[in-house]
Design a protein. Structure first.
Length: 634
């Protein structure tokens, strides 16, 4: 065996050994899902508002926020975010003061204040969550984009063109707590914190002019409400009751709302607005659910928006099998048993637009029982594929999961993340930063490509099936002019292009197809001189490819894996990429922890600690499997 192949073998063995050592007793892998400082700030503010005396956690979160401050006083979501992030900086500023461990006269706070004022003050923040937290704690007005939507909108039936279930599930569970609070003009200040934090009153005045789009949407809602029977008071009371029940019915066993920390925090404030006491069991349990989401990163404590346990476990188990670990290995069997127990078995919001389908998906986090998604479902199905061939229990699980995934295909031929045909463009008119991505759940290239890859490579389905043809047609019709595809849940064009190319190839599209050639040429055109690939989170904001200037492990793995899927023989570009990929796994520079997971353009990015194992292992295994004893050219 040549030196190059030996290098690949050694790295695969090293990755597998590390993963087997890190598997938990229940069969899962529990890596940190790191999401910037925003949630750390919200939790400090929440705990102080509720008078919860968890001084150890508050101090840990305070120290982590302080450590992330930049020399000019700002905070960033990612290293190359030019000019910093105003919303994240405002959140951090308030949290440091709320904590009680930093005073208004301390140098970090003065630097933060100077930065905030240099950007126009807190009134220029664009994150709706930032504005909601400030308003809920008495440090700003409720933005009109929320306050203009009457709570009675919850009474509109699903048959009405504008109703709450037209919003994506993610936006819905954040929007409804905010509507409850805005309806009651709720704010709660505590006696333990300064009144104005030394920011001028001018900073508090948001631009509350309604856009024409929001005015039109509110007009549609009012027209619908005019057809409802009942007095205004009766409708208001009915809406209040329905909003409260909406929250209570979506609380997970761990006390969180939909298993997300962000909307759970909003839910707690909304329950306070509805008259619940601070020490009510629902609130106490929700706080515990949030604090249980803490993890350690580089010696510091942070709050995850959710755990990524199901996602990580499914992807790792599948990658290990691709690397040659047999399905009877204890690590695979334990992981499969864990995943089997996490398959969803009840109907929830996803079934409103998909009512005739038996439940069978998987969610992202360990505690998620209500909100399955297509990507996690196909990831779990990859992991149990081999066992489903011989064991009835896994075969039944496989069949339910496959049926659920197929049922989620949108009418346009692509696949969404969470809910079928939730693509009402009118909802993107909301004057909310990132509304185009958050308010709706349309077909996406990464979801469609990865679903096709699962259906072709793991379920053995080809173009003879109409759903495969519709999926490939969707991808072909949504390729960018330069040959790339935009990926919604990863950064960003590299992620989408990898998913699309591997999906098209798995579906049976030939490597010489113009769509695939164009995508391949684009990937080759952006390869770094060191052989790797790296894309900036700025791509997600600007909706065009922006190079990072450094190579990251996950993005290099995605690009190499896509090229391997397309090329029957290794090329110099692929081999150079493999060399760079292996080297990157031993780097400790900032590129190794650069966030390559996306949540909301400009406002939410994630560093998956699992990704330095999953995607490199997959790419290396695919290289070895396809090219065998090939020796890299010198």
């Amino acid at each position: 065996m040549g030196n190059f192949q030996s290098l690949i073998e050694e790295e695969i063995h090293s990755q597998l050994s590390a993963l087997i050592r890190q598997q938990k007793q229940d069969g899962s892998w529990r890596f940190c899902f790191e999401n910037g400082t925003t949630l750390d700030a919200y939790v400090i503010i929440l705990l102080r508002t509720l008078d919860v005396r968890n001084e150890v956690l508050i101090r840990q979160l305070h120290d982590r926020i302080l450590a992330e401050q930049q020399p000019d006083g700002c905070w960033k979501w990612y290293r190359d975010e030019e000019g910093g992030n105003l919303s994240a900086s405002v959140e951090a500023y308030y949290a440091l003061l709320y904590s009680g461990f930093t005073r208004m006269t301390d140098e970090p706070v003065l630097r933060a204040k100077s930065y905030i004022q240099s950007k126009g003050g807190i009134g220029k923040t664009t994150s709706i969550l930032t504005r909601a937290i400030l308003a809920a704690t008495g440090h700003g007005k409720w933005p009109m984009s929320i306050a203009s939507i009457p709570l009675e909108a919850l009474l509109l039936p699903v048959s009405f063109p504008i109703n709450v279930f037209e919003f994506s599930g993610y936006s819905r569970v954040h929007l409804i707590p905010m509507l409850i609070m805005a309806d009651r003009n709720f704010s709660l200040k505590t006696e333990h914190v300064p009144d104005r934090y030394d920011l001028s009153s001018d900073d508090m005045d948001y631009d509350n002019r309604l856009s024409r789009g929001v005015q039109e949407m509110v007009g549609h809602i009012q027209a619908g409400l005019s057809k409802l029977t009942g007095t205004p008071r009766q409708l208001r009371e009915a809406a209040k009751a329905k909003a409260e029940q909406f929250l209570l019915q979506r609380i997970e066993p761990d006390g969180t709302l939909y298993s997300y920390a962000s909307c759970t925090i909003l839910m707690i404030f909304a329950l306070l607005a509805l008259g619940y006491e601070k020490n009510h069991p629902l609130i106490t349990r929700a706080v515990q659910g949030i604090t249980d989401m803490q993890c350690r990163s580089i010696g510091r404590t942070t709050i995850q928006n959710s755990t990524s346990t199901v996602w990580d476990t499914a992807l790792i188990a599948s990658a290990m099998q691709e690397a040659g670990v047999p399905d009877h290995h204890p690590a695979i069997r334990k992981a499969a048993a864990y995943l089997l127990a996490r398959q969803h078995d009840k109907k929830a919001d996803w079934s409103i637009h998909n009512s005739d389908t038996v439940p069978g998906g998987w969610g992202f986090s360990d505690t998620n029982t209500l909100n399955p998604d297509v990507d996690d479902a196909t990831a779990a199905l990859r992991a149990i594929r081999r066992l489903s061939r011989t064991e009835p229990l896994f075969r039944e699980s496989w069949n339910r999961g496959l049926n659920w995934v197929l049922s989620m295909q949108n009418k346009d031929g692509g696949w969404p993340a969470f809910e079928k045909n939730a693509d009402n463009k009118m909802l993107t008119w909301l004057a909310i930063d990132g509304a185009k991505s958050a308010a709706i759940d349309p077909s996406e290239a990464d979801l469609t490509g990865r679903t096709l890859e699962y259906l072709g490579n793991f379920a053995g389905l080809g173009m003879g099936h109409e759903f495969m043809k519709r999926g490939t047609d969707w991808l072909k019709n949504h390729q960018e002019r330069d040959g790339s595809w935009y990926g919604r849940w990863g950064i960003c064009y590299i992620y989408g292009t990898w998913a699309a190319l591997t999906g098209l190839r798995a579906a049976g599209i030939d490597s010489d197809d113009p769509t695939i050639r164009k995508g391949t040429d684009w990937l080759l055109s952006i390869q770094n001189t060191d052989g790797g690939w790296g894309e900036s989170c700025n791509s997600d904001r600007l909706f065009r490819y922006v190079p990072l200037g450094e190579s990251t492990p996950s993005q290099t793995a995605w690009a190499v894996d896509a090229l391997i899927a397309v090329h029957p023989r290794p090329s110099a570009a692929i081999d150079k990429g493999i060399h760079r990929l292996i080297a990157s796994l031993h780097d400790t520079g900032w590129a190794a922890s650069y966030p390559t997971g996306a949540g909301l353009p400009g406002n939410f990015y994630s560093h998956y600690h699992s990704y330095r194992y999953i995607w490199p292992l997959l790419a290396l295994s695919h290289y070895r499997k396809k090219y065998g004893e090939h020796e890299s050219p010198r």
